[in-house]
Design a protein. Structure first.
Lengths: 112, 112
């Protein structure tokens, strides 16, 4: 049973548009919520992460929004670029045991 | 830069064969993980290790075993490969007290 549910499975966005990926989690004890980015033929790499004591974190064009009461968090990619085309995974874990629970992944395609 | 390497990028094996997947990290990380990645299912944890000679089952350990004789090396063993073990296998490591897992490039295993 997947502890982190991710949607949509895929999305297509025009260059310059906004990509939004949503995740919901079950375990209220989770205290770390990272997003990983994976390009074809590569392993996932950490993109951005948030802890539940803040509601938003921004790094460049990437923003995580976090809603603790709804047990949901989302990734916003602003001004999407063709180089952002990749698969994005949300995840969650307890920092004390390092075991990540991953969402199913979202394939983002940015059209030039 | 942390580097996690996996012994093979592509592997083709026959049903019933014993398969070894090797992972090496060069940053003296205590914690290492094996995941499998399948479309629509994201990454699922097979086994992990907090230290040399220590191992713990993840979410889907059936049909797999692991070995960690040295700190830098974590091996995944398929005792008798089956077609439903055809997948992408990803190794990861993380230093104790930190929050970022570093992934290898993956091994795409096909079992015929």
């Amino acid at each position: 049973q997947q502890q982190v549910k991710q949607s949509p499975q895929s999305l297509i966005v025009q260059k310059g548009g906004i990509s939004i990926i949503n995740c919901a989690y079950e375990n209220t004890a989770f205290d770390y919520f990272p997003w990983y980015q994976q390009f074809p033929g590569k392993g996932p790499a950490l993109l951005i992460a948030i802890r539940p004591d803040v509601s938003e974190k921004k790094e460049g064009r990437f923003t995580i929004s976090f809603n603790k009461s709804a047990k949901q968090f989302s990734l916003h990619i602003m001004d999407s670029q063709p180089g952002d085309s990749a698969t994005y995974f949300c995840a969650a874990n307890l920092l004390t045991d390092y075991k990540l629970s991953f969402g199913a992944g979202t394939t983002v395609t940015v059209r030039a | 830069d942390v580097k996690v390497t996996q012994s093979s990028r592509y592997l083709v094996k026959r049903t019933g064969e014993k398969v070894f997947l090797e992972c090496v990290q060069d940053m003296d990380h205590e914690n290492m993980f094996w995941y499998r990645q399948d479309p629509g299912l994201g990454l699922r944890l097979i086994y992990f290790s907090y230290d040399v000679k220590m191992k713990e089952k993840g979410d889907i350990p059936e049909g797999y075993s692991v070995s960690r004789e040295k700190k830098e090396r974590f091996s995944l063993i398929l005792e008798s490969a089956s077609t439903n073990q055809t997948s992408m296998y990803l190794c990861a490591s993380i230093a104790g007290g930190t929050d970022t897992q570093y992934f290898g490039p993956g091994t795409r295993l096909t079992v015929l």
